[in-house]
Design a protein around this ligand. Structure first.
Ligand SMILES: Cc1cc2nc3c(=O)[nH]c(=O)nc-3n(C[C@H](O)[C@H](O)[C@H](O)COP(=O)(O)OP(=O)(O)OC[C@H]3O[C@@H](n4cnc5c(N)ncnc54)[C@H](O)[C@@H]3O)c2cc1C
Length: 422
């Protein structure tokens, strides 16, 4: 629902008082509790839906700048032609059906003292509790020349699914047989630890099938593959010999669009397609709202409620958080963070303390068109350490890549899309 329609409905349903409340007069006390959620990705959409499901009396307003949700999970398959943008694009109608008021706008500021969110359109929305799940933004400055090269259309990250996913697919299609694709991975932590290695597998699968004289050079700033390393390397050796070359400790520090050169600390590498994923940090709005606590990048939270340790009344979810030990930045985790926050917000609004959480992560990666591998882990509240810790003996990785895991991977994706948005 676009904001104009939302305002119309809010006005028609509740009269001018509700509209004034929505317009965020800090002095207007809402007739019932209102939770505002910034960001309709895995974290924010799930939080909005579950608050409405578990506490239908609470007003939930979701602010999202995009008209549709585009999923990063499965987007690597789009690059290889094994899936489409349509497959990974989902509207927000499902949330409307749960009574979530979806406002298409951008949150540009948060006044935590007045409890209001400022929208790009100039309006303020008042809240009793605020959820911030903006995902990531990039530290482009850490790769010299990146922004100019990206603006010139010569270098892409495609690390937020959407137009860059399509553009990277086009670059692969347009590349000559015999060309070199360079994929550069930043130092961890970044969103989706196995994601770059899945991408490497998908690009290699495409080259093997369509441009077999071409090469993929994977330049990893980390010393070694950071997730499911044994399984990825076995798949690359079996499936993509002579096509995929992996180099650890190879950090991109610059890019020259004119010569299509990636500058590493000790050498330069040329390519025909440059897919450089820059280092990440919490999304801009977290920075503007003063929620960042650590390394100028991430937002620390109380894991029992996802409430910011810095700004009371604001719950931060998903990739923007300072991850707990051994916790990946994943859609699976963001979806679970959202449920912790939804339950805790409802308990808090009722004057009760939230329960101690236990959550599960599962992350599938495709290594060929049909075969996938999996990693999973369970994280529970530890009262002594005051954080979430992995449950000893829980989780693990697939014994081997298989088509059965590929089927589970698709089922996982469809299930989490429905759980978050339908
Ligand atoms: C290639 C790739 C593959 C991946 N594969 C997997 C996988 O298989 N499994 C898995 O679990 N995870 C996977 N991930 C990771 C997963 O996509 C992220 O961890 C997840 O999206 C994080 O959810 P989030 O809510 O924190 O952020 P997002 O899902 O990015 O949502 C943030 C939303 O906030 C909106 N927003 C931001 N700022 C504002 C603002 N100021 N105003 C309004 N709206 C705003 C954005 O438009 C966006 O819709 C993958 C990631 C990539 C890049």
């Amino acid at each position: 629902m676009i904001r104009r329609d939302f305002l119309k409905i809010a006005g028609a349903a509740a009269g001018a008082g509700a509209l004034a409340g929505l317009a965020g007069c800090a002095s207007t006390v809402p007739s019932k509790a209102r939770v505002v959620v910034i960001g309709g990705g895995f974290g924010g959409a799930t939080a909005a839906k579950y608050i409405r499901m578990w506490a239908p009396s609470v007003d939930v307003v979701l602010i999202e700048r995009q008209s549709e949700f585009v999923s990063c999970p499965i987007s690597n398959l789009v690059l290889a032609g094994y899936s489409t943008m349509q497959d990974i694009t989902i509207g927000y109608d499902g949330l409307n059906r749960h009574g979530v008021q979806v406002v298409r706008d951008e949150a540009v500021g948060i006044d935590a003292a007045k409890k209001t969110v400022r929208l790009a359109s100039g309006e303020d929305i008042g809240y009793e509790r605020l959820v911030v799940s903006p995902g990531i933004d990039f530290n482009f400055g850490e790769v010299q020349g990146y922004e100019a090269a990206m603006q010139a259309g010569r270098v892409l990250h495609a690390w937020k699914a959407g137009p860059q996913t399509e553009a990277l697919r086009r670059q692969l299609l347009d590349m000559r047989d015999g060309g070199v694709v360079v994929l550069s991975i930043p130092l961890a932590p970044y969103r989706c630890p196995p994601g770059p290695y899945e991408r490497a597998s998908m690009i290699a699968a495409y080259l093997k099938q369509a441009k077999p004289r071409s090469k993929l050079l994977v330049l990893d700033a980390n010393p070694d593959v950071t997730s499911k390393g044994g399984l990825f390397k076995a798949a690359w050796k079996d499936l993509y010999p002579g096509i995929l070359e992996y180099r650890g400790n190879a950090k991109a520090v610059g890019v020259d669009a004119a010569t299509m050169t990636v500058k590493l600390e000790v050498e330069d590498v040329k390519g025909d397609v440059l897919n450089i994923v820059p280092p990440h940090r919490a999304g801009d709005i977290a920075q503007k709202a003063g929620l960042i606590t650590t390394n100028n990048r991430w937002c620390d939270v109380d894991w029992r409620s996802m409430e910011s340790t810095k700004v009371p009344g604001i719950h931060v979810l998903g990739d923007a958080t300072l991850s707990a030990a051994a916790m990946p930045k994943s859609g699976s985790m963001a979806n679970n963070h959202a449920k912790i926050a939804a339950a805790a917000i409802i308990e808090t609004l009722n004057g009760r303390a939230p329960a101690d959480p236990k959550i599960l992560n599962t992350c599938y990666s495709f290594v060929s068109q049909k075969e996938a591998i999996r990693v999973s882990s369970v994280h529970q509240w530890d009262a002594v350490k005051g954080t979430l810790l992995t449950v000893p003996g829980s989780g693990g990785v697939s014994a081997a890549r298989s088509e059965a895991e590929g089927t589970f991977a698709w089922n996982w994706a469809r299930t989490i899309w429905a759980d978050s948005l339908a």
